[in-house]
Design a binder for this molecule. Structure first.
Ligand code: T4K
Length: 369
């Protein structure tokens, strides 16, 4: 019998009949976008769930990156890492700034704070770290450097929905943090995203910027963009918020199964939970040491693929190798040894709330065989 396809992720979907009831309300009100009642409710509910003071919904996780850089009037050079989804660096480029790549640390796959200072020049204005796979980066060290040199910090927290350190949301660090609510994320609103900020003034400014810069019927205060979230997606988001804790708990069980099964396999490394951290188990990356494992990462990846198990090599190739960026002085592999190594070792295993015991076993069997 042909085995079913196991994908790296599967979207969390709200109950269709409950969604239908909300759709009826939207149809009856005829208010379908532009800060409607479900939009307002979702912003409030997310602030409570995420333990953040202010949030602004966006239509995806890329536009909040672009908008944060605009809002903070970032110019010149922005320090970031090449080990991320390409949207991180694109947002810097689209703002007319120069990305400067700094290597990552093996421990978190996030920016190595010890290497930031050497990359700072008189043109540096901001740091854009990524909480890759939802693993918190060293926020205190990054902030100390930012304070010393007068830099802004914008966190790409696309993967860090609900992640906390010692009971505090990672989204409260730095000047702003962005989230992605794409279908492939722990929490999704079909497509969607958000920007988290610390004060009401900034929230107001961001809300203007995502609405073309309008600050009233006739006044435009800035060159804004359109990233307004409609009522259908907001309703969907409200329903998904009710079940996201359950989904995270199921993901945690998958992570436990993987860890138990893979702990003694030579050449396979993975992350353990970090002390004091509430993880969201958004991804389960493993790192293959070909010499010890007896097979390269790509050999395993393609074997899995032919067995209908679709892991993903997030984040290979490095952003710094793409044609737009590879000419940058900071893009050389010599400058990025850890990122280069990790990008050649990683496979993100299937990880979502709907994996069955049999699915998990199929993935494990392919790795340990
Ligand atoms: N910053 C970071 C650090 C990010 O990782 C991302 C996005 C962003 C910023 C930007 O946020 P957004 O603007 O995208 O909101 C996915 C996502 O498209 C992307 O959101 C995500 N990161 C990136 C890491 O991964 P793909 O091309 O790998 O997705 P795709 O279509 O191959 O889907 C993977 C698997 O998921 C499929 O094999 C099956 C399953 N799937 C996917 C979709 C779209 C479903 O079951 N249903 C679906 O509707 O990019």
């Amino acid at each position: 019998m042909k085995k079913s396809l196991i994908t790296v992720t599967s979207p969390l979907l709200p109950d269709l009949s409950e969604f239908n009831e909300m759709l009826k309300e939207i149809w009856a009100s005829k208010w379908i976008t532009n800060n409607g009642q479900f939009h307002k409710q979702l912003e409030k509910a997310l602030c409570e769930y995420l333990k953040v003071p202010y949030i602004s919904l966006f239509t995806n996780g890329t536009l909040p990156l672009l908008t944060a850089l605009q809002a903070l009037r970032i110019t010149g050079e922005v320090i970031t890492t090449p080990y991320s989804f390409v949207a991180t660096t694109h947002s810097i480029w689209w703002n007319g700034c120069k990305p400067v790549f700094v290597d990552i640390e093996e421990e978190t796959c996030g920016i190595d704070p010890d290497k930031i200072e050497a990359a700072i020049t008189p043109k540096t204005t901001a740091i854009m770290p990524v909480h890759c796979y939802g693993k918190p980066v060293k926020m205190k060290q990054i902030q100390d450097i930012a304070d010393k040199y007068g830099l802004k910090v914008i966190y790409d927290a696309a993967h860090a929905f609900g992640v906390e350190v010692d009971g505090e949301s990672v989204l409260n660090a730095g000047d702003m943090s962005t989230l992605s609510f794409h279908a492939t994320k722990v929490y999704n609103t079909l497509e969607g995203g958000a920007l988290v900020m610390h004060d009401e003034e900034t929230k107001k400014r961001i809300d203007y910027l995502k609405n073309f810069g309008f600050a009233g019927e006739t006044e435009v205060v800035a060159p804004g963009i359109n990233s307004k979230v409609d009522e259908v997606r907001s309703a969907y988001g409200l329903l998904n918020l009710r079940q996201v804790d359950d989904a995270i708990a199921k993901r945690q069980k998958v992570a436990q199964r993987y860890r138990e099964a893979l702990r003694d396999i030579s050449g396979v490394r993975f992350f353990e939970d970090m002390t004091g951290v509430r993880h969201n188990y958004s991804y389960f990356p493993i790192f293959i040491n070909a010499e010890k494992y007896g097979k390269t990462r790509d050999e395993l990846y393609f074997e899995m693929k032919s067995a209908e198990v679709l892991g993903r090599r997030y984040f290979y190739p490095l952003i710094s190798t793409f044609s737009t960026y590879r000419g940058l002085p900071s893009a050389t592999p010599d400058n990025l040894p850890v990122a280069t190594k990790i990008a050649n070792e990683v496979i993100c295993l299937p990880m979502h709330h709907a994996l069955s015991d049999d699915d998990i076993q199929r993935v494990i069997d392919l790795i340990i065989k």
